[in-house]
Ligand binder design. Structure first.
Ligand code: HEM
Ligand code: HEM
Length: 188
């Protein structure tokens, strides 16, 4: 798992670096790397969230929860950084509908992380709200595929992220019978 994580995190700067458009504008390069890294971290969250029972057995519940927490907060932070950089860089010229999916997804992500961190207060609703993560993942994929320079032009990145999407669907399917309220779900 650590090796896969390292490879997954190395892919965004490599793809952007080799894109031939890395030195055109520092801000543009940074916002693309931040976006792809944020997406990678959010995928890590989906995996450690959905397949948590399996990971708990392999690595222990404490460590898995810590990783979930750290990747969640870092993913949100990078997503915010990406959004701010994109606004400073300028959003004119991008297809409006997929562009505006970005801020909407960011707002939902902040809601999901906020309610998860304060889940003792949102005892009855946080899990239902947490399910929005799957939707956020799909929304961001659409956002990136339509307006992202790298996601539009790099075939390897498309295939790699399609793999993430397939694992996410598998995670969702795996998770349904272990839905909130079920005995198999821990509340750590
Ligand atoms: C950083 C704050 C976060 C905290 C404290 C947190 C906490 C948790 C907890 C306690 C679980 C339940 C695990 C279980 O019952 O086995 C969970 C599940 C899950 N988490 Fe998070 N999480 C956070 C952020 C995120 C983010 C940012 C994502 C994805 C983008 C995510 C995706 C998931 C998924 C997909 C599940 C499985 C839920 C289901 O299908 O019902 N989490 N999370
Ligand atoms: C205020 C919110 C947001 C704004 C204004 C925004 C804006 C943009 C823009 C303008 C692009 C195209 C950049 C390019 O020329 O390649 C883009 C791409 C992208 N965005 Fe966002 N976005 C926002 C939120 C998000 C969030 C929350 C995520 C989640 C991780 C995200 C992930 C991505 C990804 C993966 C790409 C594709 C990058 C690439 O292909 O290089 N965005 N965004």
């Amino acid at each position: 798992m650590p090796l896969f994580g390292a490879v997954a995190l190395a892919i965004p700067p490599l793809i952007v670096g080799l894109s031939g458009a890395a030195t055109a504008d520092v801000l543009w390069t940074a916002l693309r790397i931040a976006a792809l890294e944020a997406f990678t971290l959010l995928f890590a969250n989906i995996v450690t969230g959905a397949f948590r029972p399996i990971f708990n057995q392999a690595f222990g519940a404490r460590l898995v929860h810590r990783i979930h927490l750290v990747t969640g907060i870092s993913g949100l932070s990078l997503a915010i950084a990406h959004g701010v950089m994109a606004l400073v860089f300028g959003i004119a010229g991008y297809l409006p509908a997929p562009l505006w999916v970005g801020p909407a997804a960011l707002a939902l992500l902040a809601l999901v992380v906020g309610t998860a961190l304060a889940r003792r207060r949102f005892r009855s609703s946080w899990r239902r709200i947490h399910r929005l993560n799957y939707l956020i993942f799909v929304a961001i994929l659409i956002h990136g595929l339509f307006i992202g320079y790298d996601l539009r032009s790099d075939i390897f990145l498309k295939v790699w992220f399609a793999l993430y999407a397939a694992v996410t669907v598998a995670g969702y399917v795996f998770r349904i019978p272990r839905a909130p309220g079920g005995a198999k779900v821990s509340s750590r």
